[in-house]
Design a protein around this ligand. Structure first.
Ligand code: PLP
Length: 413
């Protein structure tokens, strides 16, 4: 499956699926149904081969050696930066490569927010944030005396925009919000929200962990100040990701972690730091991982993000319809614009029991708080089940999932 597909081209999704070796395996003697892609995405052969090829044929460190392998390693790493920049529609010299969203948000917290914020300032978050976009801000608030304000959600799990805008008062210095909720699937209107924040002089950070794998992205058009992505949810390797930041911020931010690769000159009297993204990339990066992420970006681009989005929306529509027919099942989050993530509970059954019994049927879903305690507190539940689909899933899997769910539901009744 290599040829590039224009938007709305007919794609042979059954052939696409065969690109993912793990999807052919069995679990407890049943065909694997992997509905946990919001947790981490599965990897196509192209990605696995790129990592393998790097270690077999090109392995060397980046930006240090002049020998052939060193040059190839640097080209692979910088090549991935270029591919990602095109994929996200941002400038290559504004893209910091890092281990993922958690690192990216902490980088902004420590390098941008900590030196700027003071007592009396405020940070606005939303009820649906992942802990990765809450805890770093609590640490910043503790150290600066800033406060945190929370934008709430409505009954369908969409942001209450009037309430959100009412929070954007002059003491607010940053609005940090997710593009797509990892629990509810809600797609937030980040373009409109960032425009409102910008009008009021408030910087915006968008957590794109759950958006980048599923929909066409144009970060320049969103108009935010910072955008974080994580490679392992984009069919790429774990330990890869990126932070996009406006050039003016990157230039003004002090380094977060010091070491090799991020300097121009080091003397015991003091160090002159590198410019741009390199200043924030101390130490040896995950070069093989970025070889894989570059391949993942090529793979997603060849399929076409619009095609992936359309495929996943079709799967979501069928899945939601099928779940509505399951007795006692409650869906958490039915916002008008949703990604293919469905959180649910079945009356009388604990989330972990459901997930454990489903595993015996070959079905992988996540149960728990999904790193979103404040959202669980909002719903008054300790945990939910979460089924999250991707373009490599099938309608047959949805039918098999619902049959398995009905079977285990009766066991727990
Ligand atoms: N933000 C959201 C919305 C997520 O879903 C996740 C991962 O589950 C993260 C942040 C954390 O990203 P990473 O795995 O790169 O640390």
């Amino acid at each position: 499956m290599n040829a590039a597909h224009p938007a709305s081209a007919a794609i042979d999704w059954a052939a696409v699926r065969t690109d993912f070796p793990v999807l052919a395996r069995e679990v407890h003697g049943k065909p694997l149904i992997y509905f946990d892609s919001a947790n981490t995405g599965q990897k196509p052969n192209a990605v696995i081969d790129a990592v393998d090829d790097f270690y077999r044929h090109h392995n060397a460190n980046v930006s240090r050696a002049v020998h052939t392998l060193g040059t190839e390693a640097t080209e692979t790493y910088e090549g991935a930066r270029g591919k990602l920049a095109r994929f996200l529609n941002v400038r290559v010299d504004e893209l910091v490569l890092c281990s993922g969203t958690t690192f990216a948000i902490n980088l902004i917290a420590y390098s941008w927010a900590l030196p700027r914020l003071k007592a009396g300032d405020a940070i606005v978050l939303t009820r649906m944030e992942h802990h990765a976009n809450i805890v770093p801000w609590q640490l910043v608030a503790q150290r600066t005396g800033a406060t945190i304000k929370v934008a709430e959600i409505d009954g369908r799990g969409a942001l209450n925009l009037d309430q959100l805008y009412s929070l954007l008062t002059p003491e607010v210095k940053l609005l940090a919000l997710t593009h797509v909720s990892n629990v509810l699937g809600t797609v937030n209107p980040v373009r409109e929200i960032c425009r409102e924040a910008r009008k009021r002089g408030i910087a915006t950070l968008v957590d794109g962990s759950q958006a980048a794998p599923h929909r066409p992205l144009d970060i320049a058009a969103i108009g935010c100040d910072f955008y974080a992505i994580t490679g392992h949810k984009m069919s790429g390797p774990t330990g890869t990701g990126a932070l996009w930041a406006r050039r003016e911020h990157l230039e003004a931010m002090p380094p977060f972690i010091g070491g090799g690769e991020m300097i121009k000159e080091v003397r015991f009297e003091g160090t002159v730091f590198a410019d741009g993204p390199r200043r924030f990339e101390a130490g040896t990066p995950n070069i093989a991982g970025f070889a894989g992420l570059g391949a993942a970006v090529d793979y997603l681009s060849a399929l076409g993000m619009a095609n992936i989005d359309a495929r996943e929306q079709a799967l979501l529509a069928r899945f939601t319809q099928a779940l509505r027919d399951v007795p006692g099942l409650r869906i958490f989050g039915e916002a008008p614009e949703k990604a293919a993530v469905v959180s649910f509970l079945i009356e009388g059954a604990h989330a972990h029991d459901l997930a454990t019994l489903l595993d015996l049927e070959g079905v992988a879903i996540r149960s728990g708080h999904h790193c979103a305690h404040p959202l669980m507190q909002h719903f008054g539940v300790p945990a939910t089940c979460r089924a999250s689909l991707a373009y490599y899933n099938t309608f047959d899997e949805i039918d098999a999932f619902v049959a398995a769910l009905n079977k285990v539901r009766k066991l727990l009744a």
